[in-house]
Design a protein around this ligand. Structure first.
Ligand SMILES: Cc1cc2nc3c(=O)[nH]c(=O)nc-3n(C[C@H](O)[C@H](O)[C@H](O)COP(=O)(O)OP(=O)(O)OC[C@H]3O[C@@H](n4cnc5c(N)ncnc54)[C@H](O)[C@@H]3O)c2cc1C
Length: 414
């Protein structure tokens, strides 16, 4: 049976390993970290959000981005300093403005497929990850924002998403902890939230029980091809403290599947392909709800505040995740206090809960210029990609894992 090496144990790698294992492949997952889902799949916004399928390739987004460049706490920040990678990405992003509608509809299609598959997997494999099937509520503060939202909603509905306009009173009935003033909202009852890290770790454990091997603490540095094999060369990563395995480890496989998140850019380059993933940084805070008042006053229904571009997810009784911001500033992973503070302020402005105990985090979204994931065979026929899910990796991975496994099965039957 063909042996597939999956590079990356984030949500895309683990769901791919699951589907390939189900189809009968021998699977080895390699990651430089010591545990699954330690990079972008660690503490994201938590939303399984078909309702957030709108791609960003719009003139209005570009104009907003330019306007925000001088505002330190803006939801979108572009560091204008020169980098060939960043500017190539931005130019390609602009060329996809014409595909805005088609790409948004395609994203809805993938998100709906993924939603169904993820729920199926979670139930079948009994994975607990603080899943809340209470829908997602988009909140709009002004008439102007609401009218733009109506146009977006028409495209989402054309993609077969069930999403309804609701009044401020209906918003408060759906989520009684809301305290602010709103012009109106849109509610997507079928969307959900959950902890991506818990899910990935849980699914990795299940796949391991079913025979998938995990090789942690290894950095993939090269792949060589013989006539019928791929030889994956790895070095101990900086996290690997095992002195007995110094030097290069070789793992021989039939096929390689790249699920490397923001590292897919370098991996593709090494494999002779171009995958123009750019790291778009975002931040989250996890508010620890330690007192009765905070537990009671934190929302359970997931929210998206359109003007602040902030999302929330209730992760069990005692945690509220808040995420937002998009920064174009290279591979820098520093957690900046001035980017975390607006998230804390937003919580204090909108809810009567304590922000005394807050865990900050920053991650890099693996974003393609057209905002669609890359699910394809490489130039070298033994190489495949399932990567570039950008701001929607949690929402889309369960679908793209099925699609790439089916493509592998067509080309290299197990
Ligand atoms: C602030 C924030 C909020 C978000 N909110 C949401 C949300 O609400 N809903 C949603 O759907 N999505 C959200 N996302 C996006 C989502 O989290 C990502 O799209 C998703 O986690 C990406 O998963 P991945 O598997 O592609 O990458 P990762 O999780 O980063 O996994 C890639 C793995 O590959 C490994 N790797 C890379 N190169 C190598 C190499 N050479 N050798 C060995 N290992 C390697 C890395 O170590 C890493 O573990 C958010 C992202 C951010 C930053």
């Amino acid at each position: 049976m063909p042996h597939v090496v999956v590079i990356g144990a984030g949500i895309t790698g683990v769901t791919s390993a699951y589907e390939l294992n189900k189809l009968g492949y021998e699977v080895t997952v390699i990651d430089r970290h010591l545990f699954p889902a330690m990079e972008t799949s660690f503490a994201n916004g938590g939303q399984l959000s078909a309702c957030n399928a709108e791609v960003w390739n719009q003139k209005a987004t570009v104009l907003k981005g330019i306007k925000w460049m001088s505002k330190k706490d803006a939801p979108l920040l572009l560091n204008p300093s020169f980098s060939a990678h960043k500017y190539r990405w931005l130019i390609e992003f602009l060329t996809h403005i014409k595909n805005y509608k088609a790409n948004t509809i395609e994203t809805v299609r993938l998100a709906l497929l993924a939603r169904q598959r993820l729920f199926e997997i979670a139930e079948k494999e009994s994975i607990s990850f603080d899943l809340e099937k209470r829908g997602i509520l988009h909140m709009y503060h002004t008439k102007e924002d609401y009218e733009i939202a109506k146009k977006v909603n028409d495209v989402l509905v054309e993609g077969k998403l069930e999403r309804n306009a609701i009044t401020p009173d209906e918003m408060r009935a759906i989520e009684p902890t809301l305290t602010g003033d709103y012009f109106g909202g849109y509610y997507t009852a079928g969307d959900a939230t959950g902890d991506i890290h818990k899910f990935s770790v849980g699914l990795a454990e299940k796949t391991q029980q079913n025979g998938v091997k995990y090789r942690f603490g290894l950095d993939v540095v090269d792949v060589k091809f013989t006539q019928d094999k791929a030889v994956v060369h790895c070095k101990n990563s900086s996290e690997n403290v095992n002195p007995s395995s110094d030097g290069i480890t070789e793992i021989i496989a039939d096929l390689v599947l790249v699920c490397g998140g923001v590292g897919s850019y370098q991996l593709a380059d090494m494999l002779g392909d171009s995958v123009n993933v750019y790291p778009v940084k975002g931040y989250s805070i996890t508010v620890q709800l330690k007192d009765e008042r905070s537990v009671k006053n934190a929302p359970w229904v997931s929210l998206l505040d359109e003007s602040a571009k902030i999302v929330t997810s209730r992760l069990g009784a005692d945690r509220l995740r808040i995420a937002g911001t998009a920064e174009f500033n290279g591979y820098n992973r520093d957690i900046r206090a001035d980017r975390i503070q607006p998230l804390i302020n937003w919580v204090n402005q909108n809810f009567d809960i304590s922000t005394e105990h807050v865990v900050p985090w920053a991650g890099l979204r693996p974003m393609m210029p057209n905002m669609l994931p890359v699910v394809k065979q490489g130039k070298q026929p033994r190489v495949f990609y399932n990567t570039g899910h950008g701001h929607l990796g949690w929402t889309l991975s369960a679908a793209t894992a099925v699609l790439i496994s089916q493509e592998i099965a067509e080309k290299f039957p197990s």
